[in-house]
Ligand binder design. Structure first.
Ligand code: SF4
Length: 214
């Protein structure tokens, strides 16, 4: 498997914000979002075997392993790696761009964080809608990254059109950084009495000078 970076950090997004985790960032992504902040993970990386990864995970001792990218679901060996990680009594968080099938990765002790790409990302045509019915209440979460008011209105309409609320999953609204101010997004959410979670990336506040390893 080609790995871009492995690092211990504080989870900065979703309702798991604040928990320490071991992050494994895979190389490669089938998408090209306009705001992507991990462009360096499109190609750069080092081939690493599953036993080597398991050794790193065991030595690290953190109980939650966060698989991210790039696009972790694009890794052919991911199901096997997940099995090996779970055997080591770890929990897994998977962060996915939402263009690939999540079905093979739904398991106990695995939480899926599914992006719904908005028009501002220039990738909304790649949202795989068949993933939506697979999302599990209280375990998995949706995330919309919003570039502007048009994205916000689009996301509100998407939630209604696809009955996301009936899923019982947390719905995260993230302001793109830089671009949309958290205060502006907060005002829109409050004005509309919208039951979504304002998702600010706290790792950017903790480590403002780091552009990798967060
Ligand atoms: S899905 Fe994530 S990693 Fe892939 S291009 Fe979009 S923001 Fe970047």
């Amino acid at each position: 498997m080609k790995i871009n970076e492995i690092f211990a950090a504080i989870e900065g997004e979703t309702s798991l914000t604040g928990f320490p985790m071991l992050f494994v960032r895979f190389t490669g992504c089938p998408l090209r979002c306009s705001y992507c902040d991990t462009v360096y993970a499109y190609e750069e990386g080092k081939e690493t075997t599953i036993p080597e990864l398991i050794e790193i995970i065991e030595k690290n001792e953190l109980k939650i392993v966060h698989l991210t990218g790039g696009e972790p679901l694009a890794q052919k060996e991911l199901p096997e790696l997940m099995t090996r990680i779970l055997e080591k009594n770890r929990q897994i968080v998977i962060e996915t761009g939402g263009s690939m099938d999540i079905a093979p990765f739904i398991r106990d002790k695995v939480r899926i964080m599914l992006d719904i790409k908005t028009p501002g990302s220039e990738m909304s045509h790649r949202n795989l809608l068949s993933n939506i019915p697979l999302m599990r209440e209280k375990t998995d979460e949706f995330k919309f990254t919003l570039c502007h008011r048009k994205d916000y209105d689009w996301a509100v309409n998407f939630i209604s059109k696809h009955n996301l609320r009936e899923k019982g999953c947390v719905i995260n609204f993230s302001p793109v950084t830089p671009g949309l101010s958290p205060a502006t997004l907060a005002e829109w959410i409050l004005k509309d009495r919208l039951a979504v979670r304002l998702n600010c990336q706290i790792h950017r506040f903790i480590w403002p000078d780091r552009d990798r390893g967060v």
